[in-house]
Design a protein around this ligand. Sequence first.
Ligand SMILES: [Fe+2]
Ligand SMILES: [Fe+2]
Length: 136
Amino acid sequence: MTDFEWKPEYALGHFQIDDEHRKLFRLANKMLLISSARATDQDIRAAIKTLSDYTKIHFRNEENLMKSINYPKLEEHRAAHERIIDQINRFMDIGSSPQRQVELLKETINNWISEHTTAQDLEVARFIANRRSAKV
Ligand SMILES: [Fe+2]
Ligand SMILES: [Fe+2]
C-alpha cells in the first residue's frame, strides 16, 4: 500500500523542484512500506533517517535556488522549512517506537504537501516562470 500517491497537480513546473519532490514521495512511500512489512526497528529507523536526510538536502537546494533569483519571500519560506525540520527532529528524538514515529511523520508529510508544497513551493515555481517570460 503506497499512501503518498504522486498526482499531476503536484508538478509545479520547475524541473529540479519537481524531481526532488518526486524523490521525497518515493522515500516516504518506501518508509511506509518498510514499516508495514514487519521489518526490524533498525530497518524502519534507517528509512526514516534516509527520508529526513533527503528532506534537509531538498530544503537547502530550494533555499539556494531562491537565493540565486533574489526571491523576495526567501526568509518566510526558510522559516517554514525550519519548522518542518524541527518537527521531524522532535519525532526522531522522542524515543517512541519507530512505527509510532512513522505515523507522526505521515501526518507531518500530509500537512507539508497540502500547506507548503502546493502553496509556498508553487509560488517559487511561478515566480521563476514569470521571470523567464519577462525576459523573452
Ligand atoms: Fe519543496
Ligand atoms: Fe519549500
